[in-house]
Design a binder for this molecule. Structure first.
Ligand code: LMR
Length: 336
């Protein structure tokens, strides 16, 4: 009896020593959730981060990727990050309003950026850093900005002139600036999660949308939209963000290594954005299902004329100082 108890006790001790050792060696898991396909600039950037993070920490960190809204849709993923159910996200800058950080919507002002360099000047400048500071009281830390190029428009009718938008129901991200933009064109904006877009277009819940070619291609939006217009009126980009408590609680050497992995994944994601979108556009053309129209300079001027009042209208929401800083860093000159 005594012997049996002794054997049992030592077995229990051995088991708990084993589980302690296993725990000590268990990798730190980073759940990285996002809403787009793996084969997009964001999906590929996330994959690169995973590879670099796991290699450089010798497996002490494991990054689990959850693309295509597999875990959470747009709004839910922000909440999940704050609760610590996931540790990392890369939502578009147009999705920070519901979090109460409206300043991010400055990036949605129509025709704000004349090119990618103008956008990068803002994210890599003082404003980019200042906006990240505004996330900290929300329990979120901003690590990097990832570019995904310029928005184009789509519908089942050609969109050449402003009048073509009249009465169209257009899906938008949650930004109030995008809401004002669609109204200024005469359309009816409808906020909707990205994961619901295809079905909503297919069933006619909405008539059209704005988006980037890499998303239009990978979500097969070209199957349910007959016409696209290369308006380049807006810009899509992401903030790579983490749960602040989780990040600050990491061992310092791990955190430094992960910061390096984010930096290099950022360089990669930003380097592929324009070529990925160009080849997605080729894929859409090759499908033969959608016309792709390039507006004339006169048509673009007409769009600009209709959309510039949105800047003034939205300044109170986004904040005057934020708008002015963005103008300065982007080298924005209001069209005459
Ligand atoms: C959208 O909702 O249209 C985009 O933000 C999706 C994305 O993450 O590219």
């Amino acid at each position: 009896m005594v012997l049996r108890r002794l054997v049992l006790a030592s077995a229990v001790a051995a088991l708990s020593a084993f589980s302690f050792a296993a725990q000590a060696q268990a990798p730190i898991v980073i759940k990285f959730s996002h809403v787009v396909a793996p084969d997009t600039p964001k999906g590929k950037g996330a994959q690169r981060f995973k590879e670099l993070a796991e290699q450089r920490t010798n497996g002490r960190v494991k990054v689990e990727l959850y693309p295509n809204s597999q875990l959470y849709k747009d709004k839910e993923e922000m909440e999940a990050l704050q609760l610590g159910s996931v540790q990392m996200l890369a939502p578009s800058l147009a999705k920070f309003g519901p979090l109460g950080v409206k300043e991010f919507e400055v990036f949605d002002l129509p025709f704000l950026f004349k090119d990618t360099d103008a956008f990068r000047a803002v994210t890599e400048g003082q404003l980019g850093a200042d906006l990240f500071k505004k996330l900290e009281p929300k329990g979120i830390k901003g690590l990097a900005y990832w570019d995904n190029g310029f928005h184009i428009m789509s519908a089942n009718k050609p969109l050449h002139n402003v009048a073509d938008f009249k009465g169209l129901k257009m899906r938008i991200q949650s930004s109030k600036v995008l809401d004002a933009q669609m109204r200024a064109l005469g359309a009816i904006p409808q906020v909707m999660a990205f994961s619901e877009l295809y079905q909503a277009l297919q069933s006619g819940v909405v008539d059209g949308t704005e988006g980037v070619p890499s998303n239009f291609y990978t979500q097969k939006i070209f199957e349910v939209q007959k016409h696209m217009t290369m308006s380049n009126h807006g810009h899509l980009a992401y903030a790579v963000i983490v749960n602040k408590k989780f990040w600050d609680g990491l061992p310092a050497d791990i955190r430094t290594t992960l910061e390096g992995a984010v930096k290099d994944a950022t360089t990669y994601a930003n380097a592929i954005a324009s070529t990925e979108n160009a080849s997605a556009l080729q894929g859409i053309k090759a499908s033969g299902k959608t016309t792709i129209y390039t507006p004339t300079p006169a048509e673009i001027n007409e769009w600009k004329k209709a959309l510039m009042p949105v800047h003034k209208e939205m300044t109170a929401r986004v904040g005057k100082a934020t708008v002015e800083a963005a103008y300065k860093e982007a080298g924005f000159v209001a069209p005459k």
